[in-house]
Structure formats: structure tokens, C-alpha cells
Design a protein around this ligand. Structure first.
Ligand code: CP
Length: 356
């Protein structure tokens, strides 16, 4: 893995599989009475949010805390940013606090890239959504969700047909998903009105359609995108009713999907716009599952970026048993089983070392 995670394009197929496999290991922590590992004890993770968030912010905080990191939550609202403080001076302040990882969400595309390459901080930078550019950890948690429903542990998404529908123009989720899903072997189709497709989309590694009904019957997953009214400074479609009629997912359209297909939404949802309440609340909709997968995915990302060179659950017993001598257990095995000695890394550890 690279030191920073700015774009889904930063991940090779092996990197992406490593994150997903590690996330599966991390997910097992969530099933325990004590959902905590000592892995990042003594490390500091700063959540630097210049733009509103519910899911991403909470899940990064939960992820860092479950790994026993110290967590500093910074929100631009109520900070010295409102007095005109620059990103540079904010970054220098974080550096002085000893940040090991900075998770940044920013309204400007490119802000995480700037922070990572600035030399202002030594921390690993994780892009938690920048403008209309990228949201790589969202794509990773979406891939984890798809893999659970459509593939198998340890495998990629080769041959799976994923349809992404709606406001692609303003969607960092769509961009990161197209990049990651194609890295994992999936075939991606974007469906949107021409006004909500970015210039240059024909260069993206995917197919484009304007007809949702034409692609539903061959889709393994349909990902509905939020119509981002707050980023719209012009009329991109005649009326909301017209948009919902042509590009919204309702019960009738959901019934046209293959039986195994899932409906995804990164949230927050505009119920009645891109998705009806009937679909959002149906068992086929994975929106809540995606949020849960976000915690284990972000645990995996923080663990790997902050130097995880052993299986995530090495010697894995929840606190307070963490003080026992470090041992290495087989990846994918029950962490309460007898552990192999340190120095006998399993496949996950080996792959981590290789890809550094
Ligand atoms: N999916 C997503 O990024 O949601 P939040 O804006 O609530 O973080």
C-alpha cells in the first residue's frame, strides 16, 4: 500500500484485496462483547472535516477507537477556519499535536492531495471525500458489501455487472467506484441524464447509458446516487418528478432486477427522488449494511496505512488480554484458537509486506 489513500486509483488489485480481506478480519471484532483491539495504541488519528458528514465521520471515529488509537475530531465549523485560518496553518497545528494519520473531508477537490504532498505534515493522509473528486473508502466499503453478496471471501468481483445511477457529475462516490470496481474486475455501467455526466466520461473505464430500464435485468448490483442539489447551480433536469420517473428506483423497477441483485446507496438518501421509501426499506437494499461495513473497512485502512505488518488480529484477544506476548494467528482463523509464533506470518501478513 502507498503511504496515503487519496484516490481509488492508488490501489492495485492486490492492495484492494488486502484491504477487503483485512476488513473481513476486522469485522469479526464487531461481533465481540468488547469491540476493541490494541493495534494502534499510542497512535493519533485526526478527523479533519471541512464539510458535513454523518456516516464517514462517525465510522472513522469508531474505527480508530476500536483500534485503540487516540482520536482528535476537528470540524471546520466552530474552529479557527471560520476566522480565516488556512489549510497550511491548520495542518501545522495538527503536526504539532503529533498526528499519525489525518482523515480529511473537504469541499474542494484536491485538498487531500495538497495536504499529502505539501510537506506540512508527516502523517498518512486519507481522503474522506473531496469535492466532486473521490471518496476511496466509500468505494472500498461498497466493494466489501458487493463481495459479500455477489462473490466470496478472498475473491475479486470479476464479471459482476454493476450499474451506478444518477448524479454522476457531482459524485465522488461514482468516480471512486468506477476506478475500484474495474480494478476488481467488475463491469460498470453509468446511467444518468446527459446533463449529469461529467465532460470526458467516455474516457472512464465503463459503459454509459441513458436508459435505466434497459440495464436493470442484467445488473448484479444497482447503486443509486444522491441527487446533490447543494452542488447544483443550474437546472440539470426539468423537474424532480421527471427525474424520479426516468432515473429513480421504485418497486416496479426493483422487481425487474435479477433475484440475486442488490440495491445500494452510499447515503444520505433523498427518499422519493432517486429511490422510493419502498425500495430503501426493502431487504434488498444494503444501505445500512454498507454503513456497518464502513467501520471494518476504515479499521483496515487505518491499520494498513499506519504500518500494519502483521495480521490485523495478531494475538487477537480484545482488551485487556492485549498485554500478552505478541503472537500471530492464521488470517481468517478464529483468533481465540492457539496462535502460531510471531515470525510465522500468514498470507495476509506476507501480502502486506510485499506490497509496501
Ligand atoms: N456516504 C457518505 O459519505 O456519507 P456522509 O456524507 O454522511 O459521510
Amino acid at each position: 500500500m502507498k503511504r496515503h489513500l487519496i484516490s481509488a486509483a492508488d490501489l492495485t488489485r492486490d492492495d484492494a484485496l488486502l484491504v477487503l480481506d483485512t476488513a473481513e478480519e476486522m469485522a469479526r471484532v464487531a461481533d465481540r462483547p468488547i469491540k476493541k483491539l490494541p493495534t494502534l495504541r499510542g497512535r493519533t488519528v485526526v478527523n479533519l472535516f471541512f464539510e458535513d458528514s454523518t456516516r464517514t465521520r462517525i465510522s472513522f471515529e469508531a474505527a480508530a477507537k476500536r483500534l485503540s488509537a487516540d482520536v482528535i475530531n476537528f470540524s471546520a465549523k466552530g474552529s479557527s477556519v471560520s476566522k480565516g485560518e488556512s489549510l497550511k496553518d491548520t495542518a501545522l497545528t495538527l503536526e504539532a499535536m503529533g498526528a499519525d494519520a489525518v482523515v480529511i473531508r473537504h469541499h474542494s477537490s484536491g485538498a487531500p492531495h495538497r495536504l499529502a504532498g505539501s510537506g506540512w505534515i508527516n502523517a498518512s493522509v486519507v481522503n474522506a471525500g473531496d469535492g466532486t473528486h473521490e471518496h476511496p473508502t466509500q468505494a472500498l466499503l461498497d466493494a466489501l458489501t458487493m463481495r459479500r453478496h455477489l462473490s466470496a471471501p478472498g475473491r475479486d468481483l470479476a464479471g459482476r455487472r454493476i450499474t451506478i445511477v444518477g448524479d454522476v457529475l457531482h459524485s465522488r462516490v461514482a468516480r471512486s467506484n468506477v476506478l475500484l470496481l474495474t480494478t476488481l474486475g467488475a463491469e460498470v455501467t453509468l446511467v444518468a441524464p446527459p446533463t449529469l455526466l461529467p465532460i470526458g466520461v467516455e474516457q472512464w473505464p465503463c459503459t454509459v447509458s441513458y436508459d435505466l430500464d434497459a440495464v436493470l435485468t442484467t445488473s448484479d448490483a444497482v447503486m443509486m446516487l444522491r441527487v446533490q442539489r447543494e452542488r447544483m447551480n443550474a437546472a440539470f433536469f426539468p423537474t424532480e418528478r421527471e427525474y424520479a420517473r426516468r432515473y429513480g428506483l421504485d418497486g416496479l423497477r426493483m422487481a425487474a432486477l435479477p433475484e440475486h441483485a442488490i440495491v445500494m446507496h452510499p447515503g444520505p438518501m433523498n427518499r422519493g427522488m432517486e429511490i422510493t421509501a419502498e425500495v430503501a426499506d426493502s431487504p434488498r437494499c444494503t444501505a445500512v449494511e454498507q454503513v456497518a461495513n464502513g467501520v471494518s473497512t476504515r479499521m483496515a485502512v487505518l491499520y494498513l496505512l499506519l504500518g500494519g505488518s502483521e495480521p490485523a488480529l495478531a494475538g487477537a484477544r480484545p482488551e485487556p488480554a492485549a498485554a500478552e506476548p505478541a503472537t500471530v494467528s492464521a488470517a481468517g482463523s478464529d483468533p481465540t484458537e492457539p496462535a502460531r509464533p510471531a515470525g510465522a506470518p500468514n498470507a495476509t501478513a506476507a501480502r502486506t509486506e510485499e506490497s509496501k
